[in-house]
Write a protein that binds this ligand. Structure first.
Ligand code: NAD
Ligand code: UDP
Length: 318
């Protein structure tokens, strides 16, 4: 439903956040009109300051857990609005559950009313503390429904179920992307995730804090690769969930050593108690993304860490 000058209109809920702001930029670069909807709960509006003067960009400051409406015709509704880092969702537990329940419902209703395609940003957290490694989309996961991380994991699982029900019951055109650990410029220095912590600690010469024994693994995908994958899925006809992440797995011990070395830092690496139970391993099986979208990540971790370290110099005044 492109408008008179051929532009597609995409509404990005969570558009001021880390992933959302990069996504808005890419959508604008390809010619879309973009409406970012964000209540600034965890994404500083400064992330999109540079976009506010763009003629095809508009920011609506709004909480998606409240009735959500815009008068514009919409081709796409992309739902990225949720606290995402463990520190954020543990500080905003009820808000996180509402963003992934009421918020998802409000945005699905909006997409249905507009006849728009709906994309939901789900997470590798739907797999919980996985008993299979790597995780493919057919794995149902291992989530503690009353654990502290459940506010995030169960909200994502509930949202996926609701999205699929809108697809089956109402014929809504839907996409579900299961995003794995993503990093890069515009992560908040204080969001508590491992790469902002390690990068800032290394740049400041502070102790680099490994939680627990450091044998936990994650697989980190650079933001530009993730955004490319999300857009390929949006443009595809794939209505099943698709993992988007980097299949290269690393222990937190290895990651800490890498960041310290790349930063040329004199920081010590120390071990502190694990704050709470968390997934011990995580690695995406990206066979589906490769086969259906022709997508795989291109930016290697060393290059990505260099770019991320660089991005923290200004906020840290280094
Ligand atoms: P982020 O916190 O930087 O961005 C989320 C944005 O949503 C913020 O700008 C926040 O203000 C906004 N928001 C939160 N609640 C809202 C509400 N009720 N109404 C309107 N806006 C609201 O997080 P991110 O890392 O950019 O993550 C974006 C999405 O991708 C999230 O849904 C997250 O679950 C998903 N995801 C991210 C990762 C990752 O590694 N970054 C991994 C898996 C999934
Ligand atoms: N972690 C760490 N030190 C930190 C922050 C995190 O060792 O300062 C570990 C954490 O225990 C987990 C991994 O890094 O094993 C990834 O944590 P993050 O909060 O970035 O994301 P998660 O994948 O757990 O949601």
């Amino acid at each position: 439903m492109a408008d008179r000058d051929g532009a597609v209109t995409s509404l990005v809920a969570g558009g001021a956040g880390f992933v959302g702001s990069h996504l808005c930029e890419k959508l604008l670069a390809r010619g879309d009109r973009v409406i970012a909807v964000d209540n600034a709960a965890t994404g500083p509006l400064g992330n999109i300051e540079g976009l506010l003067r763009h003629p095809r960009f508009r920011l609506v400051v709004h909480d998606i857990t409240q009735h959500t409406w815009v008068d514009d015709g919409l081709d796409h509704v992309l739902h990225l609005a949720s606290p995402a880092s463990p520190r954020d969702y543990l500080e905003l537990p009820v808000e996180t559950m509402m963003a992934g329940s009421r918020g998802t419902h409000n945005l699905l209703a909006l997409a249905r009313a507009k006849g728009a395609r709906f994309l939901f940003a789900s997470s590798s957290e739907v797999y919980g503390d996985p008993k299979e490694n790597p995780q493919c989309e057919d794995y149902w996961g291992n989530v503690d429904p009353i654990g502290v991380r459940a506010v995030y994991d169960e909200a994502k699982r509930f949202s996926e179920a609701l999205v699929m029900e809108y697809h089956r019951t109402h014929g809504l055109d839907t996409r579900i992307v299961r995003i794995f650990n993503t990093y890069g410029p515009r992560m908040r220095a204080d969001d508590g995730r491992v790469l902002p912590n390690f990068c800032c600690q290394a740049l400041l010469g502070e102790d680099v804090t490994i939680y627990g024994d450091g044998m936990h693994t994650r697989s980190f995908c650079y933001i530009d690769d993730v955004v490319d994958g999300v857009l390929l899925l949006l443009d595809s006809e794939e209505t099943r969930p698709v993992n988007i992440g980097n299949p290269v797995e690393v222990t937190m011990n290895e990651l800490a050593r890498e960041v310290v070395e790349i930063a040329g830092s004199s920081s010590r690496i120390v071990h502190v108690p694990l704050p709470h139970h968390e997934p011990r391993v995580r690695r995406p099986d990206i066979t589906r993304a490769r086969e259906v979208l022709g997508w795989e990540p291109h930016i290697d971790r060393r290059d990505g860490i260099e770019r991320t370290l660089e991005s923290f110099r200004e906020p840290l005044h280094i």
